[in-house]
Design a protein around this ligand. Structure first.
Ligand SMILES: [Zn+2]
Length: 257
């Protein structure tokens, strides 16, 4: 699997949190949580995760587009789950009938399996965001990258009760050709972002909203966080942005795989 050994390419900061949100007009539709991708199959997968069922390899390039099409946006939420903030974000998503993609840190998922199960039960998708959130991961050995990705995959899958992450977002966007290929072989599409809301830095709710409005033309995948500190501004910004996006004619979707 070390086919692209050596290539340390920094894929821009085009990767972040992936919360693919899907706004259901009625809020009542049943979203079939993607079962696609459970199991394991790739012959080159080294992960001792599960007995072969059918993990289907996905593309190795970094995804940004939305399954919801040209007018779709993907809400992605990173670094959780967190017992204080994730429930607030889930409430908000439910209120607006939006489905999102949660990029979870392995240890967080392991510590809060109840929250992982709630995320899945609400129809959101899971994304592997590594074990240690090392943003210099692209400078590390392939063995380290493999451990970070595969251990987090296992932690998240166990916490969810068997629902596998469908994407892999490198911490800080620190992808390598190797990590993309490994994740893809496990059915996790490398996931980027187009608009960093900068919510992590807590610039104020107005600033977060303004950043998204201003940069939305960059592409459909929006990055937010539900952990890593006080996320009050994130919650407040989403409360304004979700209805605004809908008014602008956007629909909420998941990133392509
Ligand atoms: Zn992150």
């Amino acid at each position: 699997m070390a086919r692209h050994g050596g290539g340390r390419v920094w894929y821009g900061k085009v990767v972040g949190a992936a919360i693919g949100v899907t706004m259901l007009a009625t809020g009542a539709s049943v979203w079939t949580a993607q079962a696609g991708g459970a199991g394991e199959s790739s012959p080159k997968a080294t992960a001792p995760t599960k007995p072969a069922s059918d993990v289907k390899p996905v593309e190795t390039s970094i995804a940004h587009a939305s399954e919801a099409g040209a007018r779709g946006v993907n809400i992605t939420i990173d670094d959780g789950p967190d017992p204080r903030w994730t429930p607030q974000v889930l409430d908000l998503l439910r209120e607006y009938g939006v489905r999102a993609t949660f990029c979870m840190v392995g240890t967080q998922a392991q510590a809060h399996p109840d929250l992982v199960k709630k995320v899945v039960a609400a129809g959101h998708r899971l994304c592997d965001h590594s074990v240690s959130h090392n943003t210099a991961m692209d400078k590390k050995s392939q063995a380290y990258q493999s451990q970070q990705i595969l251990d987090a995959e296992r932690m998240i899958t166990e916490a969810s009760g068997g629902v596998r992450p469908m994407y892999y977002r490198a911490p800080g966007g620190a992808f390598t050709p190797y990590s993309r290929q490994l994740a893809a072989s496990r059915g996790m599409r490398p996931l980027g972002w187009n608009v960093d809301s900068k919510d992590f830095e807590r610039p104020g709710t107005n600033a977060i909203v303004a950043t998204v409005e201003r940069e939305l033309h960059n592409g459909p995948t929006l990055l937010f966080h539900d952990a890593g500190g006080d996320r009050t501004q994130t919650v407040q910004a989403l409360r304004r942005l979700l209805p605004w996006l809908k008014e602008q004619g956007y629909s909420f979707g998941f990133p392509v795989r």
